[in-house]
Design a protein around this ligand. Structure first.
Ligand code: ATP
Ligand code: MG
Length: 241
């Protein structure tokens, strides 16, 4: 629920995104307050990934206004995009780690791109790798890791820059239930520290595992009864990852 002292960190006003003649998102208006935990759900092709991409300017919208952390993305100058991206951590279903760089280097790249002083980088990377339990594998190359381990590194990479917003697109889609519970626990801890979280998923077990706002998309539109709140029953594997 939005309050006066908790302004929306994400606002969409009449947003449409077209691919050719097709509308992947159709006239979406939404407000998400800071520190919300939101699931974006709906069938395959509903526009979930497209919605997340608009928020980090992975794609521009075709029409409408997208405002993220006070920045109007439609009017944003290209050279300000890195500033937007520094406020957002992104987790992809297929991890998107660089296979020829070590775990440590994959995470460090974010800070190097942000101009963090060299000496501070190692300490921050080691700390976040400890948080996700991947410190011992810091020199490993991603292809030598399991899917769950790669996703933990991807979570570390998303969190190392201390973003305000975490966007996760099917973050547990290719993981077994124990690894999924570990990754969700890391996302929840980010939320408990004050972060704003959007998770796109069609996994109803995952959605029910967290008390959260649920936004339903169908065919690029907000569903007729667009929102519910979940109670938060823990994932079966959450207590024994
Ligand atoms: N690069 C693209 N070019 C053309 N059409 C696209 C492109 N990306 C997505 N689309 C179309 O836009 C619609 C929404 O796609 P999107 O990937 O956002 O759906 P989704 O809800 O994330 O689906 P899934 O659950 O399968 O990941 C789909 O009809 C898709 O085919
Ligand atoms: Mg998708």
């Amino acid at each position: 629920m939005q309050t006066v002292d908790q302004p929306s960190i994400i606002r969409l006003f009449r947003v449409t995104r077209r691919y050719g003649a097709q509308k992947a998102l159709d006239d979406i208006s939404l407000e998400i307050p800071a520190n919300a935990f939101v699931f974006v759900t709906g069938p395959s092709g509903a526009g979930k990934s497209t919605l997340l991409k608009l928020l980090y300017l992975g794609l521009p919208s075709s029409e409408g206004q997208v405002i993220v952390d006070g920045m109007n993305l439609a009017r944003m100058n290209r050279h300000r995009v890195p500033m937007l991206r520094r406020r957002i951590g992104i987790i992809f279903q297929d991890y998107k780690l660089i296979s020829t760089r070590s775990v440590h280097q994959n995470v460090a790249l974010v800070l190097e791109a942000a101009g963090t002083p060299h000496r501070a980088i190692a300490a921050k990377v080691n700390s976040v790798l400890r948080t996700v339990g991947m410190e011992a594998r810091r020199d490993a190359l991603p292809p030598s890791l399991s899917g769950g381990e790669q996703q933990r590194v991807a979570v570390a990479r998303a969190l190392v820059g201390e973003p305000r917003i975490l966007l996760a697109d099917e973050p547990t889609g290719s993981l077994d239930s124990a690894s999924a519970a570990v990754v969700m626990d890391l996302i929840l801890r980010f939320h408990q520290r004050g972060g704003t979280v959007l998770v796109a998923t069609h996994d109803h077990h995952l959605i029910r595992s967290v008390p959260a706002r649920v936004i339903h998309l169908v065919g690029g539109r907000l569903a007729e009864n667009p929102e519910t709140e979940t109670a938060g029953d823990p994932l079966p594997a959450a207590s024994n990852p």
